[in-house]
Design a protein around this ligand. Structure first.
Ligand code: PLP
Length: 368
């Protein structure tokens, strides 16, 4: 679909909330925000129609959306989303990390789901506008952040099967506590053999709700087997590593080489890309190629695979101690986090929180 952004760049109007929470209430929430359960006072939104393109950009009070029961997203799941964070630096300023990468991914997801593309400029502006209204909701200290969730969905009241002619884009934000409040702890993950996340030609490379919907049942299987997450293999041969339900995966070899799976049905993570860049800058070899399950199993047995970790915006980097299946355990569930895993995690979070120089130009200031 072509970009029908007729009045580019968009200007946002502001309708202030009449129920902005008092500072004491906000501070009480920020003291223990958890993840994804409290939301700020406002949300950003932009409407799109075939006739008018993107229009009516606004920051409005946070609140329920009124959807017609025939709204196409409820029936055919034409929906995409993004996830990024706002970080408060020691001087109080508010920053986000590589938002243009999220904007470009939202554009790729939009193309795959036959939704309209939003320009990178309008995407970044929508984040800045929401922070202008709700910047006080960015927590400070530790590994806390304001999680930002942009999303776009088909909102035409029509049951015919075709791409919607009316679409909504929204940005909501939710304060988030440290993902690992008790310190980073390695997890065991479950290998799904009965289910795949995505197949060739499917929507695996798009950040769309349907991929998550199909991962929920295998995710329950993981929980039932004492695992935190599920790892998927390729759908055609069940031989190659793909990714977790919402995180990319890396193996670290004895010689310091990092290996991450290549596949047309993997979601291209901003965290993964950043880790590749940081590792290369330290002189590590990084291989982005097909990786078999056997390479992991045999590598752990022979000592060639020394660390495994998953990565994504929410948890940044999660060490993986073991991979479990119905009749095997690869690795030691009680093993400590890998050294390289933890040092890459530290470098990335130090950049995000402004504790070391941002030599790659990855940060964008949101509150100025
Ligand atoms: C969002 C997501 C990731 C991680 O991407 P980041 O940009 O690093 O947050 C990985 N896999 C899936 C399926 C995802 O939806």
């Amino acid at each position: 679909m072509t970009d029908l952004d007729s009045t580019f760049p968009l200007t946002f109007t502001l309708t202030p909330s009449e129920t902005v929470r008092a500072e004491v209430e906000r501070e009480a929430i920020l003291a223990d925000p958890g993840f994804g359960k409290h939301f700020t006072d406002h949300m950003a939104k932009i409407d799109w129609t075939v006739a008018d393109g993107w229009h009516d950009a606004a920051v409005v009070p946070y609140g329920p959306l009124l959807l017609d029961p025939a709204a196409s997203v409820l029936h055919y799941a034409q929906e995409i989303f993004e996830g990024l964070k706002a970080y408060r630096h020691a001087d109080g300023s508010v920053w986000t990390f590589r938002p243009e990468k999220n904007a470009e991914r939202l554009q790729r997801s939009a193309r795959r789901l036959a939704l309209p593309e939003l320009s990178t400029e309008d995407f970044v502006e929508s984040l800045k506008q929401l922070i202008a209204a709700d910047g006080a909701w960015v927590p400070e200290g530790g590994e806390t952040s304001l999680y930002i969730r942009p999303f776009m969905f088909a909102n035409e009241s029509f049951l015919g099967v075709r791409s919607a002619q009316k679409v909504g884009y929204y940005v909501i934000a939710s304060p988030a506590g440290a993902y690992f409040p008790g310190g980073v702890t390695p997890v065991s993950i479950w290998l799904s053999t009965d289910y795949a996340r995505a197949g060739r030609g499917g929507t695996g490379a798009a950040k769309t709700g349907g991929n998550y919907a199909s991962s929920l049942l295998p995710q329950e299987e993981a929980y039932a087997n004492g695992c935190a997450q599920v790892l998927f293999l390729d759908s055609s041969e069940g031989k190659y590593l793909e990714e977790l339900g919402g995180m990319n995966v890396f193996l670290v070899k004895k010689d310091g080489t990092l290996v991450t799976p290549e596949s047309s049905s993997i979601l291209d993570g901003v965290t993964r890309d950043s880790i590749i860049e940081l590792a290369k800058a330290r002189g590590h070899k990084v291989e982005h190629r097909k990786v078999t399950f056997d390479e992991w199993r045999d590598g752990v047995a022979s000592g060639d695979v020394v660390e495994v970790f998953a990565c994504g915006t929410a948890a940044v980097v999660t060490p993986i101690a073991a991979l479990k299946g119905a009749d095997f355990v690869i690795g030691d569930p009680d093993a400590p986090a890998g050294e390289l895993t933890m040092s890459l995690r530290k470098e990335l979070t130090d950049i995000q929180y402004g504790r070391i120089p941002d030599v790659n130009g990855w940060l964008t200031r949101l509150d100025a």
